[in-house]
Design a protein around this ligand. Structure first.
Ligand code: PMP
Length: 406
């Protein structure tokens, strides 16, 4: 393998601790990833050396801090290959990015009778904002079914696309099943029908190279905390042609051009969508996370994680009574499973006693749970700092848990 796993793990101090008297094995990376020292130090350095409110000061610190913040905008644009850094809007995370879009795009472009296409495997944050918009605007939400294998029913998708469709909003990768959706095909089909597409990239941005120009998506949303960056920072990428026309989201400082009680005019892109003081320290941390991922090389990250996933799937298949939920052909390093009739919460609680951090429950995807007629799953999600040894230990622990609950 191209990278030295021991050296990498040294970058993540949190991994070196005991939990319940056992060495921590952190397998909840789809919920949030741990942060390398490089990111922690970059954020701390802001407060130690350049902290100052950005964009408004004439003084030195404000200028340096503004420059560092705007550098990350360029770095982010480069990371996703946006045509221009004006198309990168900083938000609090994917959830806020989707809410921004549903509010601004929805109120600018959608009218009663229009349809929005989502899928059965969306995270609640790519469902509920659209439902709220549907209530406000008389818009209808249509849903692409998921197959038994945990893939999108593309025939079903094509059948839903019609002249009333105004937007398609779909996840790049499922946070529950790990399924990598054929977003290129979805975008191409939608564009042929004249429909713009938003991709929820929360589970993709740190696993697969994302090139928004090649994808030709109209919008792409993601969170910093899933990509080894600080929490409280996210991005909405949007094609300039849409962003320019869209109404602002929140009102406040920074997003304006001129304010008076007879009328207010708005700032240029991207500031029109960034009201108030942003989380500049977090954004600068995001820049360090991008550097970190780039240094590792996403191709190598993908190769390592994929190999670990294949290894884990094979090893875990030997656990008595295990049942995997979703068996998609294209997959990231996420494994959702059930152990016999045991409740996922009981499995997770026993694993926690043994030092393993896994997520249990509906994973903010209740419609997908309904689709599989289950109340939840146990989910192991791997990052590049996980090892085969951790997988082996997990399998042993699962065998013990299966015996206890069997
Ligand atoms: N979409 C997907 C696919 C996710 O996995 C998540 C986080 N679990 C979100 C959206 C929401 O992200 P956040 O909570 O960071 O806003």
């Amino acid at each position: 393998m191209a990278f030295d796993i021991r050296k990498i793990r040294d970058d993540f101090p949190i991994l070196h601790q005991d939990v319940n008297g056992k060495p921590l094995v952190y397998l909840d990376n789809a919920a949030t990833t741990q942060k390398p020292l490089q990111v922690i130090d970059a954020e701390a350095a802001v407060y130690k050396t350049i902290n100052s409110n950005i964009h408004r000061g004439v003084h030195h610190l404000s200028n340096v801090c503004t420059e560092a913040f705007e550098e990350v905008r360029k770095k982010t644009a480069d990371y996703i290959n946006a045509e221009s850094s004006d198309e990168v809007i900083f938000t609090r995370g994917t959830t806020e990015s989707v809410n921004l879009l549903s509010s601004s795009f929805g109120e600018t472009f959608l009218k009663e009778g229009d349809e929005i296409i989502l899928t059965e495997m969306e995270h609640h944050s790519n469902i509920v904002p659209w439902q709220l918009l549907a209530q406000r605007r008389g818009v209808t939400v249509k849903v692409v079914p998921v197959t038994d294998a945990g893939e999108l029913d593309m025939q079903g998708f094509s059948e839903l696309l019609n002249e009333k469709t105004s937007l398609v909003a779909v996840t790049h990768i499922s946070n529950v099943l790990g399924t990598i959706n054929p977003v290129e095909e979805i975008i191409a089909l939608s564009h042929t029908a004249g429909v713009p597409v938003m991709i929820d990239g929360a589970q993709a941005i740190h696993h697969v190279p994302v090139d928004v120009q090649k994808l030709d998506c109209d919008f792409y949303a993601f969170s910093g905390h899933k990509m080894y960056a600080p929490t409280g920072v996210g991005v909405l990428y949007g094609k300039r042609k849409w962003l320019q026309q869209m109404n602002p989201y929140q009102g406040g400082g920074e997003m304006i051009d001129k304010v008076s009680f007879s009328g207010t005019t708005f700032n240029d892109l991207p500031y029109k969508f960034e009201a108030g003081t942003p989380n500049y320290a977090g954004v600068i941390g995001l820049g360090a996370a991008i550097d970190y991922l780039r240094n590792m090389g996403l191709e190598d990250v993908w190769a390592y994680e994929h190999e670990l996933f294949e290894y884990a799937l094979k090893k875990m298949s030997a656990v008595p009574g295990i049942r995997f939920v979703g068996q998609a052909r294209h997959h990231t390093s996420v494994i959702s499973f059930l152990l016999g009739d045991a409740h996922p919460f009981d499995v997770g609680t026993l694993l926690d006693k043994l030092g393993f951090a896994l997520r249990t429950g509906h994973h903010c995807a209740q419609p997908l749970m309904d689709r599989f007629r289950i109340s939840g799953t146990v989910r192991a999600s791997f990052a590049f700092y996980n090892t085969r040894e951790e997988v082996d230990n997990l399998v042993e622990a699962l065998k013990r848990v299966a015996m206890m609950l069997g």
